[in-house]
Ligand binder design. Structure first.
Ligand code: UDP
Length: 337
């Protein structure tokens, strides 16, 4: 049974889409939170006022130490979200991805160990997995890894760092392999700069805020030829981070430090065309679009097996794609009321 909630938490990459949502969730629990973010791609204006912010890079040990020192005692947990997240960009700048995602995670893990932090949870990705030949298969935590992209490789390297850190026996670590995080909570819209994600691009194209959507390929071995992805509500994702931190704290307290992996998805795959139709239904407008070639690094299908997420962390993700899209549209200010 998971009982003790983390009451002091360091969040890296706190100014991003998941981070700003997670901060609200932690504050709702009464936690004291410190944010670390270099603000190059994040949203300072969406950080809650009561959360102290260290502006710095996770590759900079001084910045991470400075954030850790703001706590009176070692924080209960560090939730490490800082990183670069675009598969396509990673194929153009592989070294940059290795540097930020792999080196950054190593620095955070080393300094959490040094400071005596008992729990470290990182945002990993479904991109670490080797794509399966059968698109009907749902990927569980034992599925073979074998990233297709430099992004996936950099996240896998972060997972290796967390495994090695747990083996030292002083800190438990968790990698949450996020599938396609979507929707919105606390009124915080998904706004990446540049935006590359399907749902906000499709919604904003329909609203006339952005040019027509480029569809990246319709020749994949899927029922309608477009890629299948597992869209998981950001509300469920932040809950997974909180519960994973709690689990890691308990494991360390019990003297049995472990590294654990969870797949954070719904278990249901939707095609790009199905997502576009959901956007059209929610907004009552067509999504203007044009067919493009495949985007480098994209695989035909990535769908989670969420059984471990449910059985160990007690999370049963929202299965309603229309609700995910409606929440996204609402937060983007594209729906009345
Ligand atoms: N996609 C697309 N056009 C876009 C952005 C995304 O067709 O402008 C497709 C992409 O090829 C993938 C799916 O939408 O199959 C989800 O992509 P996204 O970038 O949202 O997330 P990813 O799966 O890359 O993490």
């Amino acid at each position: 049974m998971l009982t003790t909630a983390p009451s002091n938490v360091l969040v890296t990459g706190a100014a991003g889409y998941i981070g700003t949502t997670l901060l609200r969730r932690l504050l709702a629990d009464g936690a004291r939170v410190i944010a670390l973010d270099h603000l190059e791609r994040g949203h300072a204006d969406q950080l809650p006022r009561e959360v102290p912010l260290i502006v710095g890079d996770v590759r900079d040990p001084d910045a991470v130490r400075q954030a850790l020192r703001l706590f009176d005692r070692p924080p209960d947990a560090c939730i490490h979200l800082a990183g670069l997240i675009q598969v396509g960009e990673s194929t153009l700048f592989p070294q940059m991805y290795r540097d930020v995602n792999a080196v950054g995670t190593q620095v955070v893990a080393d300094l959490c160990l040094e400071a005596g932090v008992p729990a470290l949870v990182m945002a990993s990705s479904a991109a670490v997995l080797r794509p399966l030949a059968g698109i009907a298969d749902r990927l569980d935590e034992d599925a073979p890894v074998g990233p297709e992209s430099p992004y996936g490789s950099s996240k896998l390297s972060g997972e290796h760092t967390l495994r090695a850190a747990a083996e030292l026996g002083r800190m438990s670590t968790v990698a949450l392999r996020l599938f396609n995080v979507a929707g919105a909570a606390y009124g915080l819209a998904e706004r990446h700069d540049p935006e590359t994600h399907l749902i906000p691009l499709a919604l904003r194209a329909a609203a006339g805020e952005l040019p027509p959507l480029h569809m990246f390929g319709d020749d994949f071995p899927t029922p309608d030829g477009t890629c299948l992805r597992d869209y998981v509500h950001v509300r469920d994702v932040v809950e997974a981070f909180v519960r994973a931190a709690r689990l890691a704290m308990q494991q360390t307290a019990s003297g049995a430090c472990e590294f654990q992996v969870f797949h954070v998805g719904t278990g249901h795959g939707y095609s790009v065309l199905e997502v576009i139709r959901a956007c059209e239904q929610v907004l009552g407008k067509p999504v203007p679009r044009a067919m493009h070639g495949r985007r480098p690094g994209d695989v035909a299908a990535l769908v989670a097996n969420p059984d471990k997420l449910a059985s160990v962390l007690g999370i049963h993700p929202d299965l309603d794609l229309l609700r995910v899209v409606r929440d996204a549209a609402q937060a983007l200010g594209l729906l009345d009321g």
